[in-house]
Design a protein around this ligand. Structure first.
Ligand code: ATP
Ligand code: MG
Length: 582
């Protein structure tokens, strides 16, 4: 269901007290910062997934809660894997979650700044051009227990380094022939500080800068300086970057953009404002969810190998997939809030995600009636052609949803599983000779079971107790079960897609015993059936969510749903059906 963006500032949820917000609070009250500025920095090499939602809600959420701003920055320093299709989808996803960025940036906006910064490091004797091959660099790097060795090119003169680096930029050398490396410490206990590469040669066209650059900055250098250029105060990232923080700080401190305004000249020439800060990197734990894979590489393989129907397949953990499945922005934000922010790595149970959606839709989704697996029930004591209109509330707990008309007639569709010829113990629905309440319409008794030659039940005949009709004296007569129905003559045939979890095991990333996530795909994760929906469901706009009474929460498919050809996706069942399976 569509949702209008709500700024986090007027969010009515209680104040959040995680350790990052505490740091921000302290920095504001101590006067270290007067305003907070954050950024969400996706690499446009795939679609965003639910893990990214955690980072988005954190970065944009903090900016909103503390009166600051958040930039959306495409970290496009790796041109080979990036694509404008992803750039567009990512913007769509951030807005869908209910957030608006202060400024849309690309790391490539700063390529000229990075270049000037690299020349400055060279002039300061803090970077050098190295001719070692990738393989040699690995040999020289050492291991966790042994120090590395200095590159034989480490002591080149500033002049030689400047000349070589300029020629790298001019495109004189082939890919991989040279790198620019920071001169830090080959004996450092932190391998990231052993003269890490700052630039590599790559003759690859870039989605934003075309063929202007044959060299591209490395992630750590570009990311730290990108944050500094934008005046980011708190640079929030996931725990795997903890070991990179010393390098992040090294880049920020040694380039020192706040003290060297001349390095920002290219930014001003692009018409961007002059802002620079010394950002602080803070790490938090990634979101992991069981029954799911979250690596972009695996998600990409699922799509490319046709194991799912694209990035927005409703079984995918991508934001586009979840959206198509019927997840709402408010359910996503609720989920992220529940998970919280910490430094503890953990795996969140899939049911927490489903629970957030149920909770959101329980209050937000109007009710409708739909029959997923139909069985005909003829009320033989009503005259042929009998038709009437009943009025139903759209929501049992919220009158503001209003009411709607539902047609009722002599022939109904009921759910096949609501009838049992030989009922198991405790069965409370329709049985031969038994009675059940037809939701909002009266009490029916089953008089006859009609079968085809193969012995399959094809129709039921029943008697509708006239005294039990709405408004009659017997309307409140106690009866064990209530079932839903749609009028056969008025109902609209609908394609109903019953989705379930994509994987059958809690940890599809488990590669023991030579298995891979592909071995754990759930063959039952999508079942398409032809059902019937009441007219008021058929006319729904795409992306409208409903609770189909007694059946689950469903959404009109964003791509395929049409009023005369309704298509509904099951977003989540009414209850957790996996808990019992253990
Ligand atoms: P890859 O490394 O495969 O490209 P990535 O998931 O790191 O993928 P990015 O585009 O670099 O993708 O991520 C953008 C931001 O989202 C980063 O700040 C990253 O830390 C954060 N992020 C990514 N995955 C998660 C996750 N599972 N939980 C929380 N934050 C995440
Ligand atoms: Mg990444």
């Amino acid at each position: 269901m569509s949702d209008t963006p709500i700024p986090a500032a007027i969010d009515e949820t209680p104040e959040k007290r995680d350790f990052i917000r505490q740091i921000v609070r302290d920095d504001l009250s101590s006067g270290k910062h007067h305003a907070v500025k954050t950024r969400f920095p996706p690499e446009p090499n795939g679609y965003l997934h639910i893990g990214h939602a955690k980072s988005i809600c954190l970065n944009f959420g903090i900016a909103g809660e503390f009166g600051g701003v958040c930039n959306l920055r495409f970290d496009d320093t790796n041109p080979a894997k990036e694509d404008p299709e992803y750039v567009a989808a990512i913007q769509d996803d951030v807005r869908w979650l209910g957030f608006e960025w202060h400024s849309l940036r690309h790391a490539s906006d700063y390529f000229e700044v990075y270049y000037l910064a690299a020349e400055k490091l060279i002039r300061d004797g803090k970077a050098f051009v190295c001719d070692l091959s990738a393989e040699q660099v690995r040999e020289y790097r050492g291991t966790l227990t042994e120090p590395g060795r200095n590159s034989p090119y480490r002591d080149r003169s500033v002049e030689e380094n400047l000349d070589l680096f300029r020629r790298m930029r001019a495109g004189e050398f082939p890919d991989g022939a040279r790198t620019l490396r920071a001169k830090i410490d080959m004996a450092s206990g932190n391998i990231n500080l052993r003269d890490p590469a700052l630039y590599r040669i790559k003759h690859v066209e870039h989605q934003n800068t075309g063929n202007a650059w044959p060299i591209y900055p490395m992630y750590d250098f570009a990311h730290a300086l990108g944050d500094a250029v934008e005046g980011i105060t708190h640079s929030l990232c996931t725990l795997e970057f903890e070991d990179h923080r010393p390098l992040y700080d090294w880049c920020v401190d040694n380039v020192d953009l706040t003290g060297h305004a001349e390095l920002l000249q290219p930014v001003l020439e692009k018409g961007l404002p002059r802002e620079a800060a010394k950002p602080r990197q803070i790490e938090f734990s990634r979101l992991n969810i069981n029954f799911t894979v979250m690596s972009k590489r695996k998600l990409m393989a699922l799509v490319n190998d046709g194991l799912v129907d694209g990035w927005d397949d409703p079984r995918m953990p991508t934001l586009q997939g979840l959206r198509r499945r019927g997840y709402t922005p408010s359910a996503m934000r609720l989920f992220v809030d529940r998970v919280g922010i910490s430094k503890q790595n953990s795996q969140i149970d899939f049911s927490v995600l489903e629970g957030a959606l149920r909770e959101d839709l329980d209050s937000a989704a109007p009710r409708r009636m739909a029959v997923v697996e139909p069985l005909k029930l003829v009320l033989s004591n009503l005259p042929e052609g009998h038709e009437e209109t009943l009025t139903f509330s759209n929501h049992p707990k919220d009158e503001t949803f209003g009411k709607r008309d539902i047609p009722f007639s002599r022939e109904l569709w009921i759910e096949r599983e609501d009838f049992e010829e030989v009922p198991p113990k405790g069965f409370k629905r329709l049985i031969p000779g038994g009675e059940v309440r037809l939701r909002g319409a009266g009490i029916v008794r089953c008089d006859e079971v009609i079968k085809n030659d193969a012995g399959q039940i094809i129709e039921l005949r029943g008697w509708l107790d006239p005294e039990s009709r709405p408004g009659m004296a017997g309307a409140e007569r106690k009866i064990k079960g209530t079932i839903h129905w749609v009028s056969a003559q008025h109902a609209v045939p609908a394609e109903i897609r019953l989705y379930d979890r994509l994987f059958t095991v809690a940890d599809p990333d488990d590669e023991s015993e030579g298995k891979s996530y592909r071995d754990y795909l759930n063959p039952e994760s999508r079942k398409t059936v032809q059902g019937y929906v009441e007219p008021a469901a058929a006319i729904a706009a795409p992306e409208q969510s409903f609770q189909f009474e007694r059946t689950g929460y469903f959404v009109a498919d964003r791509r395929d749903h049409q009023g005369d050809r309704p298509v509904f996706n099951r977003s989540v069942t009414l209850r957790d059906t996996w808990a019992a399976k253990g």
